[in-house]
Design a protein. Structure first.
Length: 219
């Protein structure tokens, strides 16, 4: 299980220090919100470039923005490794995914809780990652929506059946109580925001989340 702390719930006034507090993280997750697709306004390209300058870790960008077809490729110039766009915000998701891959970044598609994944089952090989939102996108600190794990299990079963190397990511409400459930439902990438940055020792929490996954595998 890859654990990616989300800086949305960190102390943004001390961003470089906050990133340095999670040396055990597999990547840094950055949420970009435009106050249109979701009712919140957060970080953009200048902050992503600043984060890139202070860490060698992979950067996983989650675009919660309208008109993803137009704007997502522009984020490929910021030195990040993965760009996630929403199925609900892309008019031509396969074309966009192919464009992102040509630009040298991993293409990831996200689904809000009410959006079914079944229409995309036959297209999984067009993506490097699928993000299943386990809260309504827009704000950190929400309660985990457990039925979303039916989506992740379906996606993992299909990827395994077809031999597709696909990361399945969840974002929202991931903590010590839910991360094991995620792992059992086929998830191999977990974004954790409040659980990490609202703990006394963020890096210890990153390690504890991995231990919870290991324990779930033994149960």
């Amino acid at each position: 299980m890859q654990i990616m702390p989300s800086i949305l719930t960190s102390d943004l006034a001390r961003l470089a220090d906050e990133i340095a507090r999670v040396p055990s993280a597999d990547a840094i997750h950055i949420d970009v919100m435009d106050n249109h697709f979701v009712p919140n306004l957060t970080l953009g390209k200048p902050v992503i470039k600043a984060v890139r300058s202070v860490t060698d870790k992979p950067i996983d960008v989650h675009l919660m923005i309208e008109d993803a077809d137009r704007w997502a490729p522009d984020y490929a110039t910021t030195g990040v490794q993965t760009i996630t766009f929403h199925a609900e915000a892309a008019k031509a998701p396969v074309r966009l995914a192919r464009e992102l891959r040509k630009l040298g970044v991993r293409a990831s598609i996200a689904f809000c809780p009410a959006t079914p994944v079944e229409p995309f089952i036959g297209l999984l090989d067009e993506f490097d990652q699928v993000l299943v939102m386990t809260v309504e996108p827009g704000f950190g600190g929400q309660t985990f929506i457990e039925p979303m794990l039916r989506k992740t299990a379906l996606l993992r079963d299909e990827a395994n059946r077809r031999g597709i190397d696909l990361d399945i990511q969840v974002d929202g409400g991931v903590d010590l109580e839910t991360v094991g459930q995620c792992a059992r439902a086929g998830v191999n990438v977990a974004v954790a925001g409040a659980a990490v940055y609202q703990s006394a020792d963020p890096d210890s929490m990153v390690r504890a989340l991995r231990q919870a996954v290991d324990q779930a595998a033994q149960d």
